[in-house]
Design a protein around this ligand. Sequence first.
Ligand SMILES: Nc1ncnc2c1ncn2[C@@H]1O[C@H](COP(=O)(O)OP(=O)(O)O)[C@@H](O)[C@H]1O
Ligand SMILES: [Mg+2]
Length: 268
Amino acid sequence: MDFKILTGLDKEKEAIDRQLVFTTQDLNLWYGETHALKNINLPIYEREVTAIIGPSGCGKSTFLKTLNRMVELVQGVHTSGRIEYRNRNIFDKNFRVEELRTKVGMVFQKPNPFPKSIYDNIAYGPRIHGIKNKEILDQIVEKSLRGAAIWDEVKDRLKESAYGLSGGQQQRLCIARALAIEPDVILMDEPTSALDPKSTLKVEQLIQELKADYSIVIVTHNMQQAARISDRTAFMLNGELIEYSDTDSLFSTPADQRTEDYITGRFG
Ligand SMILES: Nc1ncnc2c1ncn2[C@@H]1O[C@H](COP(=O)(O)OP(=O)(O)O)[C@@H](O)[C@H]1O
Ligand SMILES: [Mg+2]
């Protein structure tokens, strides 16, 4: 992983160059009769961490799963509005959902390694994409595990089952598995909520490193976590996007009373 030290000037330049990876326009989603997302307009910038916060049931996971169309696996879902990924309409017939999911990887709340070796967990995606050459697979496995800051802990036990790892290690393995298919965006749904504080810290540090190369959208119900690791924060309530701004402003000077009530712990 490369670390760049940015001067003030570089930072300004980077902000100008920064592209949007996703835009959502008037996005609505219904599970049958339940109106779960209401007119969401939210941009996601590249090489940043965007946090989505809000009380349980407000639509955070639904929003996340809409970005890679995983939500469509649920029966009876319908959507309206528009989502563009790098200026392409993700609902367009010509945009294959497999391609979208290759570009937009996902990490879930509970670590979910496959019942396979550590090596095979990482090699799984690349193999599906047709890579069979052992040397190339070895390289991908090492690069992905290094990228997820877990290589040193597992390099001598690659053939052992992923189930032998601790919860925190399993979650970093799942992040490595997402990296192995070279995504552009990584969606993370409460990735540390099942982890102890030490593993949580490791995953938070990892997220900070990953944003040099990837765009990250993280759902968290932990406001301190959002404040620590994100560049921008969106606050949702009852399916609505109440407020979205850079993380420092949202937490220091929220514009909406409901945001203030939530971040000061009055509900949620
Ligand atoms: N598979 C589903 N079928 C029907 N309703 C669902 C489903 N998943 C979520 N919902 C409903 O959509 C709303 C938003 O849920 P969700 O996105 O999981 O919220 P959050 O992640 O913020 O806790 C809730 O009212 C929830 O009950
Ligand atoms: Mg959720």
